[in-house]
Design a protein around this ligand. Sequence first.
Ligand code: S3P
Length: 431
Amino acid sequence: MRTRIDPADGLRGELRPPTDKSLAHRAAILGAMTTGSVRVRGYLEAADTNSTLAAVQLLGARVERDGDALVIGGVGLRTAVAPDAPIDVGNAGTLMRLLPGWLAAQDGRSFTLDGDASIRRRPVDRIAEPLRLMGAEVEATDGRLPPFTVSGARLRAIHYEMPVASAQIKSCVLLAALGADGATTVSEPAPSRDHTERMLAAAGVDVRRAGRHITAGGVEELRLEELVVPGDPSSAAFPLAAALLVPGSRVVLRGVGVNWTRCGFVRIVQRMGGIVIGDLEEQPGDEIATAEPVTDLDATAGPLLGTVVEADEVPLAIDELPLVALLGCFAEGETVVRGAEELRYKESDRIATVVDGLRGLGATIEATEDGFAVTGTGGLRGGRMSSHGDHRLAMLAAVAGLASQEGVEVDGMGAAQVSYPRFLDDVARLM
Ligand code: S3P
């Protein structure tokens, strides 16, 4: 299906972005691991997070609606039910990489995970390695791809040095750590999103950070009463970028999560001279917070300057880097992103799809091995762009259309349902 997005005259008003996808996946998985039940306020209703609810139900958790909240009845840390059929993770990479951390602790039971065509090209060797070191068996297609089978065991504690800064790998190891026989430490090369650590701390787990090392002990059981999911900063980034780029715009995004490990994009935008006002969380020290801070973000269109994003900043803005490329097209000078090879393993190869997509709209942009370089020309002509079935590419193309001279025809706009099903309706309300 092709969707035409016409240039906008100016976006004005306010909106509440959908709730956080990362946090919702974790809330459902952690809820399923508990003894008792967890009330989740603000669970995201989207394709990816529905896959997570279906998966935990297949494993024996109960999911009920109670007004606006979702109540997840846990099946217990070591007592997940082995289903007869494979667990379908759909398009959800976070589900695919986090759930095995729990499954690895199911001694004597095996679980097969599979998903859509995009999932089948996303590597799982990165989580298989630490889980094997802890004692589980993991058998993957061609040694590294889904479908793959996790056979649970009595896990031993390890010290795992992550080869890449990935919150998904870190979270997988931390979830497995809960079922292990001692304290497990995972070391990250650079800080990545810390939602799992915060949720475990909120559940009373002894989880500590010392610089780049995070340690969590094995526990008998997990108990947690309530989780509140704030607005998703990664989803909010799309209307926010549109507000910065479409002349005459001013948009307020209500209730956005501003955990420091998720605000890299806003900091990059501010460095580019973009006008975004909001109460962002300061960089935390070693103490692990139990809450997720929330603010309103107020964005106004204005001129932008090119910037350089280095490897350390990449995990803090990983899902918003396609938008950095788009902002770079409109900025004065060059915008460069380095150390972002991870983009190649997302819902699409986001170095290739972003560069090809924006170039097709008239951008001066080059791919590098680990990122891209854009030369700003002050605008974008428009044209046709494919989402390649990737939700963030679909929304990128739509924002490009709003800010372009001639509009953009988006192939596969429907992919946005993975994280932001009402994206086009929200944008229409701002016109
Ligand atoms: C996520 C972590 C990131 C991000 C993904 C969600 C998470 O992946 O790209 O959309 O919820 O932990 P990596 O940590 O693997 O880079």
